[in-house]
Design a protein around this ligand. Structure first.
Ligand SMILES: Cc1ncc(COP(=O)(O)O)c(C=O)c1O
Length: 349
């Protein structure tokens, strides 16, 4: 006897990265930012004078305005989400019904298939090449799909997809292209300009990574007014709480601080990648706040387990396409120095 719809019974839920309570842990497993929230944003939160007895602004106008200014668009081009996962859920609910086809690269963010399953959608995996690029026949594989979810930079691989290829897909694919730019602030380019060029493009962003706000849950999508108006009909009425609206808007207005922390992360990313390469490891070029590393001199799962024994927590994805790699979030310079020292000791064992 079951009360659930058959697709809910059949599906596996999403497995979030560990959030262990242990202190003295170097936490490099869920791509959070090691730097504190913007001091200006924290001050705004401390001075919060809103009335928690009341519901929040249903469309989070302050966040929308600040996000619009950040990406160079208008308020009407933005919808806020309870994290960008909420944006992905809204998009899936808006465009994918029972039996509809929905596509994503393989490997990519493992939440997409879960959201497709909840809708009873049918999954189309676009197998990436050896270099983790989109295959030549992507457009062919996308035929008949309602939405193509494509993280750029990709997760967990960290690379950007070829922009000319993405532009061609937006131009020729007749479904929605959701470009998930969770890590775009760490990359040399983004795809916001494609929103103005094509009527089927939605770009999602998060404040969890570059803005150090994973705990506040805030993301947004940018698109043309027509698509944003439709997505507004699907979202929960009050999807962004008052406190998050305050800290999120203030963070989006303190861009200098975000860029300062971002630059430090990129510097540490380069240094860590160089150190790992010097130890004989294969490190993929990263345009994100993490490295995807093929340890070579030691098995990936073994390396992951040994790091854990030394209280360094990273992420291992046992799937066929990812099992040779360990994903390592970039922490502070000090954390990464410790990580490299421990790595040396593991290799020498
Ligand atoms: C590719 C990608 N998209 C979206 C998210 C979700 O971010 P959030 O819901 O915290 O905004 C993540 C988180 O790790 C991610 O890796």
């Amino acid at each position: 006897m079951t009360y659930f719809r058959s697709n809910i019974n059949a599906m596996k839920g999403y497995t979030p990265g560990d959030q262990p309570k242990v202190k003295r842990l170097v936490k490099l497993n869920t791509n959070e930012n090691p730097f504190p929230v913007s001091p200006k944003a924290l001050k705004a939160l401390q001075e919060f004078a809103g009335d928690l007895r009341r519901y929040p602004d249903p469309v989070a106008s302050g966040v929308r305005k600040a996000a619009a200014a950040f990406v160079g668009l208008e308020e009407e081009n933005i919808i806020a989400g309870n994290g960008s996962d909420d944006i992905l859920t809204i998009v899936m609910r808006a465009f994918v019904g029972e039996g509809d086809k929905v596509a994503f690269p393989e490997p990519s963010y493992s939440l997409y298939p879960v959201l497709a399953d909840i809708q009873g959608g049918s999954q189309v995996f676009i197998p990436l090449t050896e270099q983790f690029q989109l295959p030549e026949n992507t457009l062919e594989l996308l035929k008949g799909c309602k939405v193509f979810f494509v993280p750029n930079p990709n997760a967990p691989t960290g690379n950007l997809f070829d922009k000319a290829m993405l532009r061609k897909i937006c131009s020729e694919f007749d479904g929605i292209v959701l470009i998930d730019e969770a890590y775009a602030d760490f990359a040399v380019e983004n795809c916001v300009d494609l929103i103005g060029e094509f009527d089927n493009v939605i770009v999602s962003r998060t404040l969890s990574k570059s803005f150090s706000l994973a705990g506040a849950r805030l993301g947004f999508a940018a698109s043309n007014k027509n698509l944003i108006d439709g997505l507004m009909k699907v979202k929960d009425s009050y999807n962004i709480n008052m406190l998050t609206q305050v800290v999120g808007e203030a963070s989006l207005l303190d861009l200098d601080y975000m860029y300062e922390c971002r630059d430090k992360i990129i510097e540490t990313r380069t240094k860590t990648a160089d150190s790992l390469k010097a130890l004989g490891m294969n490190v993929l070029d990263s345009q994100s706040n993490f490295l995807f590393v093929e340890p070579i001199v030691i098995g990936a799962k073994d390396y992951f387990d040994k790091l854990r024994e030394h209280n360094i927590i990273t992420r291992y994805f046992p799937a066929e396409t990812t099992k040779k790699y360990v994903r390592i979030t970039i922490g502070t310079k000090e954390e990464m120095d410790e990580f490299i020292e421990v790595t040396k000791s593991i290799i020498e064992q």
